[in-house]
Design a protein around this ligand. Sequence first.
Ligand code: SF4
Length: 290
Amino acid sequence: MFGVVEVTRGCGRGCQFCSPTLRQRYSFPLEHIMKEVDLNARSGTRMITLQTDDIFLYKTSPDFTPNEDAVFELVDSIARVEGVQYIQVAHAALAPVVYNRGIVEKIAPTLVEKSRWTYLNNQRYATFETGIETGSVRLIEKYMRGKTLPYKPEKWPDIVVQGLGILNDNQIYPLATLITGLPIENEEDIIATLELLDGLKNTKVFFVPLLFTSEEDCVLNRERHADLDGLSELHWDVFSTCWRHNVKTWRGKGFQSLIRIGGLLAYLAYYRWLHGPRVLRHVLKVSGWA
Ligand code: SF4
């Protein structure tokens, strides 16, 4: 399906809400990967999706220093296979981007050339999924210290801003998840996330704000799931700020009017009954009325 070829398995950065990190980190040998790519290409698959929880984990060293040559060889080898028209990387982390921007500069031209996505002005761009999760250094320290390696947790907001900036400079516009409702999250943590979002308002990124879910095979599996009923006003602000950004950044011609009218209709017919009048401010914000 979608030419998925597994290139790494596991992670090891140890985020406590995450299940892949519980698996042994492993990079598949290049010969094995190329056999899979060849098989897909010969069978008529035009797109190869590189399944990994972070492409920069490919043949990385134990301290998470990215292996520039190995990552470049991987992408370059796949791009040369006859019949491979598109390459899509599944996930990548931001800390390695800041640690070695050269690795991005090396693989970005191929990823952009082999991308199937175009921006509003028909300019081609590449993308992958990455995890921002929070702007709070306190939550990073508590639940995901490894995410910032080889840097210290307190550098996280800078890593996010710099990493996304470097990716944008190289025509990579990622999709980025954020988690609301982590177990010890308080008002200051949410405000730190809102401040981080404010620093990213001119960045080309598609935000995906999520509710914390305690998966069965993760360290936090005994914690309570976050749910919509438990969202505070500040949480709603995170959601509406993210979606306002998405609408502004990714809208096409006529899309803004559609969102404005659609947002109001959705509020009157659905959201008002589900969440009460308090969501009106956020609907207006996302739709561009406020
Ligand atoms: S960096 Fe990503 S894949 Fe690795 S442990 Fe954290 S959330 Fe999981």
